[in-house]
Design a protein around this ligand. Structure first.
Ligand SMILES: [Zn+2]
Ligand SMILES: [Zn+2]
Length: 153
């Protein structure tokens, strides 16, 4: 499997917003919820949870979109690409859509969420599947398992 080389750069569809990551993800995800289906215009969204100190917007000014609620979804104001999310009440990581990266070939989702809302045919390579979100107490073990899987690459 391809390995993530850091730092890694990326950007939106039009290139007006560029970003850079300098830390590996804590975990990778696919989300099948209907909100993600709508915002991604696709069957599910993809996320790489990048530690906040390892994430930077290097060019352009992303704007808030989606529901404009407590969870902040960031888009390019010109091409409207959904680029990353800062989840409600969490500031130590940023959920980056990995296909923003110039080379996303290393990415595969380790967990998938909201399979209860998935399109009947939609499947992913996720190792762990959850009907909604994983219970809070599962996260520590999942992050550990993900790190072990990446270390073995
Ligand atoms: Zn753009
Ligand atoms: Zn979702």
């Amino acid at each position: 499997m391809a390995k993530l080389n850091l730092p890694a750069e990326g950007g939106c569809r039009c290139g007006r917003v560029r970003l850079k990551i300098s830390a590996p993800p804590l975990i990778t995800m696919a989300c099948h919820c209907t909100g993600c289906q709508r915002m991604s215009s696709s069957a599910y969204s993809l996320s790489a949870a990048i530690p906040a100190e390892g994430f930077a917007v290097t060019e352009g000014e992303p704007v808030i979109g989606g529901l404009h609620g407590a969870t902040r979804h960031y888009f390019c104001s010109h091409c409207m690409t959904w680029m990353f999310t800062r989840p409600e009440g969490i500031d130590f990581f940023v959920n980056l859509r990995p296909t923003m990266l110039d080379d996303p070939s290393w990415f595969s989702p380790f967990i998938e969420t909201f399979t209860s809302e998935k399109l009947p045919w939609a499947t992913t390579a996720a190792v762990h599947s959850y009907e909604t979100f994983p219970p809070f107490e599962d996260y520590e073990g999942l992050v550990k398992d993900y790190a072990a899987q990446e270390a073995a690459k």
